[in-house]
Design a protein around this ligand. Structure first.
Ligand code: PLP
Length: 378
């Protein structure tokens, strides 16, 4: 089996899984319980929060645990946004980049129903935010800006330092960064001190599923997302998924340690894969400047889904441009925003790697690209 669908999800790392099992079995007590077992669980929870805050260079009370990236992104546009607009009642414009994940884009209709004015900031043909357009959109009425760090469909790296520069002296604008796809190669982007809110998801970096987080800087207000027993400073109630949280902290530390050395390795793999695709006349949408772990390409007029199954016949697992789009025959929003016509984007596939991808995996993938291309007479 050759797995190249790491942007959809990653296989849990064995050491991380061992930590998960140990915590689940040994520290099963509820961290809110008053007895000694509860105390031990609470200490472990605090420790995980502190480890994550050190990695992300924030305070531990700025780390909030959620169940996934989707939940973190929803919280930003619900509890956080409503608290911001209470603080700034005269500001109701939100700017969202055109290539955000559906967990943000699909909130737009209800944002508009709640009275917010949503502006979409375009991207250029490489899928990178148009900074001039952003400058034009930013104004007195802007309350929230949401951008990505790394795009999930084509891997384009967003110019976070330049976006931060556009926000100089505009402290009334809260800036959210969806960092879900950035841990594998671009973790350092998330450390920019101007970022107010960051969403992450454990299953994208070899931890177990069902855990995510929202970094919310102390200066940013929030209303609760879930009401209940008062966990997470009463902002996100629900008994904590301690095993998942501790496993996530460990996996994040391992990813951060590995990403410096994995980057050049992944860059070499990417060059090799792109060279094979180009030789076989594929249209490649990923440039050398994109994240090392994602490659998007098409072989029109063959539909992406047909290509995915053709690779699968050789035990190579890839996806159409996102896991969400794969089964629902959705259009490829990022390619559309980049100006790629539908007859080409319908043929798009995504090859995504991780620190666990090996030289052998890549050699096999390249062989299979050759046979699949041949199968479709290219
Ligand atoms: N944001 C981005 C950029 C993603 O790629 C994904 C998932 O693919 C999400 C958010 C949603 O994360 P989760 O699957 O943890 O809900």
């Amino acid at each position: 089996m050759y797995y190249f669908d790491n942007s959809a999800t990653t296989q849990p790392n064995e050491e991380v899984l061992a930590t998960f099992s140990k915590v689940a079995m040994t520290y099963f007590a509820n961290p809110s319980s008053a007895h000694q077992l509860g105390d031990s669980a609470r200490r472990l929870l605090d420790q995980a929060r502190q480890q994550i805050s050190q990695l992300l260079r924030c305070e531990s009370h700025e780390v909030y645990f959620t169940s996934c990236g989707t939940e973190s992104n929803n919280w930003v546009f619900q509890g956080v946004l409503d608290a911001l607009s209470q603080r700034h009642p005269d500001r109701h414009q939100i700017i969202i980049s055109a290539i955000e994940h559906p967990s943000i884009m699909n909130q737009i209709p209800q944002l508009e129903k709640r009275g917010y004015i949503v502006e979409i900031c375009p991207v250029n043909e490489q899928g990178i935010l148009d900074l001039e357009a952003l400058q034009q959109l930013i104004g007195e009425k802007t309350v929230l800006l949401s951008t990505m760090a790394v795009n999930n469909e084509v891997g384009s790296i967003q110019p976070l330092a330049e976006i931060a520069a556009c926000l100089t002296n505009l402290t009334h604008i809260t800036w959210h960064v969806d960092g879900v796809q950035s841990v594998t190669t671009q973790f350092d982007l998330l450390l920019h001190p101007r970022i107010d809110l960051i969403s992450l998801s454990s299953h994208k970096f070899h931890a177990t599923r069902g855990t995510g987080l929202l970094i919310k800087k102390e200066r940013i207000p929030a209303f609760p997302l879930l009401w209940g027993g008062g966990q997470e400073e009463a902002l996100r109630s629900g008994t904590e998924n301690l095993a998942g949280i501790v496993a996530m902290a460990k996996a994040l530390r391992m990813s951060v340690e590995q990403h410096v050395q994995a980057k050049p390795q992944l860059a070499t793999y990417k060059q090799q894969i792109i060279a094979t695709l180009i030789e076989k006349h594929w249209q490649v949408f990923s440039s050398e400047h994109d994240s090392e772990h994602i490659i998007c390409a098409a072989l029109p007029p063959i539909p992406g889904e047909v290509l995915v199954h053709a690779f699968e016949a050789h035990a190579v697992y890839i996806s159409t441009t996102s896991a969400c789009a794969s089964r629902k025959h959705q259009t490829h929003a990022t390619l559309h925003a980049m100006g790629i016509p539908a007859n080409v984007s319908n043929s798009a596939i995504r090859i995504s790697m991780s620190h666990a991808t090996t030289k052998n995996d890549v050699a096999q993938l390249c062989k299979v690209i050759e046979s699949v291309s041949q199968q479709f007479n290219k």
